[in-house]
Design a protein around this ligand. Structure first.
Ligand SMILES: NC(=O)c1ccc[n+]([C@@H]2O[C@H](COP(=O)([O-])OP(=O)(O)OC[C@H]3O[C@@H](n4cnc5c(N)ncnc54)[C@H](OP(=O)(O)O)[C@@H]3O)[C@@H](O)[C@H]2O)c1
Length: 313
């Protein structure tokens, strides 16, 4: 089978499409034929070796975190899935590599794909939407009427975060560049802010949650927008955010790093919202696997609107 591999850290040119053995599966695993994978900034960090100090990964590095596809084989204890089922999900081991024709997964990492999405759309959901769900509902436990600010609202995670906040009944302020304000409003933002003219340090207001999706803020920088009991949630695993997360777990801080993990229960919630027409993926583009270098170049511009997906095979 074909698979995207990295044998040395570097630029987009280090990615190669090579032949690899189709993975075998144990009793608790399933084999999935991947139809689409989505592109995420994490793959850029993996390709450059920026995660090597805290993830034990050896060469070849296999890229790709989330996917949509069809179940090809099922281990004896890997129910309730059957061969032929359409599924979507995310691998919880960074080096499992969904930019691959087949992957072995565990049942808790996947769920049945939303029936009203095609494979390209379904692949855009698992990593980014679970990040938004886990930040806003699992960590911040947002309630109707609360005020939520999303920084980086027009990107992969942000477009889902605006929708999750709106579905949860929150009043949503979306920070993005001006050209993406119409999209943010369409997704459910009540207010929009252009970070070029009004950066967060110049904003006014009081929020229950500041979700720093883009990750260029910190609690001290947005302190004027938060009360003591408001949540500051980031996506960036730097020293401050990791230290604050440890303190938050001891109930001594309201600042947390979200670390997304795939969970069938969360995928079930997302599927239900998508099938009800409440949540939708925003797709910027679709590329064939052999153009993976271009996909990485586009993600590295940090200007992606929604998600980019990659057709496998
Ligand atoms: N910890 C975790 O579990 C986890 C999970 C998922 C993602 N992440 C991290 O979260 C970050 C965002 O991921 P993503 O997939 O959403 O990335 P993305 O799709 O590549 O983000 C692109 C967006 O960033 C926005 N942006 C660029 N400059 C900005 C600025 N100065 N202020 C605010 N927004 C700005 C752009 O909006 P405009 O064009 O409108 O400016 C664009 O829409 C990445 O660092 C990723 O690694 C972490």
């Amino acid at each position: 089978m074909k698979q995207v591999q990295v044998h040395r850290y570097g630029g987009p040119e280090v990615m190669q499409i090579l032949d690899a053995e189709t993975p075998g599966i144990g009793d608790w695993e399933l084999l999935v034929q991947v139809k689409y994978a989505s592109a995420n900034p994490k793959d850029i960090f993996l390709r450059k070796g920026k995660m090597k100090s805290y993830l034990s990964i050896s060469f070849p590095v296999k890229l790709g975190q989330d996917f949509s596809g069809v179940v090809a084989a099922v281990g004896k204890k890997a129910g309730p899935f059957r061969p032929g089922d359409r599924v979507f999900g995310m691998v919880n081991q960074s080096n499992n590599g969904t930019l691959s024709e087949y992957i072995a997964v565990t049942p808790n990492e996947i769920w049945y794909a939303p029936e009203n999405l095609n494979f390209a759309e379904a692949a855009a959901v698992p990593l980014a939407a679970q990040t938004a769900l886990q930040a806003l509902q699992t960590i911040a436990k947002i309630k109707p009427g609360q005020r939520v600010c999303i920084n980086g609202a027009s990107g992969g995670v942000g477009t889902f975060a605006v929708q999750v906040a709106r579905i949860s009944g929150a009043h949503v302020t979306a920070i993005s560049s001006e050209k993406n304000h119409a999209l943010c409003r369409e997704l459910g933002a009540d207010e929009v802010v252009d970070y070029k003219t009004t950066p967060p340090e110049k904003m006014q207001g009081s929020f229950d949650v500041f979700f720093d999706v883009f990750g260029n803020q910190s609690r001290p920088k947005v302190r004027h927008l938060l009360r003591k009991d408001s949540w500051y949630i980031s996506t960036v695993p730097n020293f401050r955010n990791i230290r604050d997360t440890v303190l938050a777990l001891m109930k001594m801080s309201k600042s947390r790093l979200v670390v997304v993990e795939s969970d069938s229960e969360d995928l079930k919630i997302l599927k239900k919202w998508i099938e009800a027409g409440d949540l939708k993926p925003v797709l910027e583009a679709e590329f064939p696997m052999h153009r993976i270098a271009e996909v990485h170049q586009r993600i590295e511009t940090k200007r992606t609107v929604g998600k980019i997906v990659v057709q496998i095979g």
